[in-house]
Design a protein around this ligand. Structure first.
Ligand code: 1CP
Length: 338
């Protein structure tokens, strides 16, 4: 595939950075909101025609260099047997939590692919409809991040219940993390067999852990996932993970995502030249004036020069970003020349 994004992950030269945006499929796109009004969250994820339309939307409407599968990290708790509901205005709500041996025993890790019967059809349809030079990114949540939702039952700023559970019941926590990891590897293997070109591991809540706890509760499980799939390019993004970069650098992956609190110089001092860096514009910068957005985007790219680099935001695009601003960000990257 002759695509900048794949080239950078393989260490090949490009004349400008590739660009995509985390959470680019949905949220801020008016055409997505129309589908959201008509179909439930899991209908959108599990119906091939809908997942395909949404996945491809930002390719046509914003011009990104890669598509990301429209799905969610919470399909894992769902296939393990915990129903997930999306409560408007509140986010995901899990029907039950896993905080005891008995609840752990109830998790059903057997034959999970049979409980996600449309993933293959979704990915195949997306690959068929996508322009041939646009790769498809598959993804999973890191086991720690999925564990946060399974223990806490819903979103949180600090996930203090999930953290205190891990700190007070480390043996059970590690068993739950193993179970999530196993299911995640099976699911990702299925995404790969179905046709994704790259995968990203979202450790959205990894940065909530100090280094010692990160090395206990998150990093080993990400290692396991990446080591299971050496043949396909991968990117690991740990939000808030500036204090973990040296450890993340040891993962067998081709790219590391950076949030906007990390300067390019600092990242260059921690990340080896055989890994691409991905990021890291503050998503709120897309709410600034056109002039400021263009200036800051160009400055960001300049600051990463000399290292393999993929332009992106430092976290997901916000729901209140006008599509024109997303397009200006992408167009600015595409106009850049090394
Ligand atoms: O109906 C809706 O529109 C609900 C909103 C929504 C959407 C559009 C949710 C619920 N998930 C998704 C899709 C999704 N989730 C994608 C693919 C499409 C896209 O590009 O947006 C991806 C990559 C995710 C990944 C995801 N889900 C993460 C990791 C990335 C990140 O933002 O840190 C996390 C933490 C989730 C959990 C989740 N699912 C949904 C919401 C609202 C949340 C966040 C909840 C919270 O605040 O804790």
């Amino acid at each position: 595939m002759n695509n900048n994004f794949i080239k950078v992950l393989k260490g090949e030269d490009v004349d400008r950075p590739p660009v995509w945006m985390m959470r680019q499929a949905g949220r801020y796109l008016p055409d997505y909101m129309k589908l959201k009004a008509k179909y439930s969250f899991f209908e959108r994820i599990e119906t091939p025609e809908l997942a395909t339309e949404i996945t491809i939307m930002p390719v046509h409407q914003v011009g990104v260099d890669a598509a990301i599968l429209f799905s969610d990290i919470l399909v894992i708790p769902k296939v393990l047997g915990i129903n997930v509901e999306l409560v408007p205005g509140k986010g995901p709500l899990l029907e039950s939590t896993v905080t005891s041996e008995a609840e752990y025993q109830k998790l059903n890790g057997e034959d999970i692919i049979s409980r996600m019967p449309t993933v293959e059809a979704c990915i195949k349809m997306i690959k068929h409809e996508l322009p041939a030079d646009i790769p498809l990114i598959g993804f999973v949540g890191s086991p720690w991040t999925v564990f946060c939702y399974m223990v806490q039952g819903k979103g949180s700023k600090d996930f203090s219940e999930a953290k205190s559970f891990a700190f007070n019941h480390p043996e059970l926590a590690l068993k739950i993390l193993d179970k999530i990891t196993e299911a995640t590897i099976t699911y990702l293997g299925h995404q790969i067999e179905s046709g994704i070109d790259v995968f990203q591991v979202f450790d959205s809540w990894g940065g909530l852990l100090d280094r010692q706890n990160y090395l206990a509760y998150s990093l080993p499980f990400i290692h396991k996932i990446c080591n299971a799939f050496p043949g396909i390019p991968s990117i690991v993004f740990a939000k808030g993970g500036w204090h973990l970069l040296e450890d993340l650098n040891k993962i067998d992956c081709q790219g590391l995502g950076l949030d906007w609190t990390i300067s390019a110089d600092y990242a260059k001092s921690k990340i080896s030249s055989d890994k691409a860096m991905q990021g890291n514009l503050d998503p709120s910068m897309l709410l600034s004036s056109d002039e400021t957005l263009v200036k800051r985007t160009n400055e960001m790219i300049e600051s990463f020069e000399g290292h393999r680099y993929i332009a992106n935001l430092g976290h997901g695009i916000l729901p209140n970003i006008p599509v024109e601003k997303a397009k200006l960000f992408v167009d600015t990257v595409k106009a850049y020349r090394y």
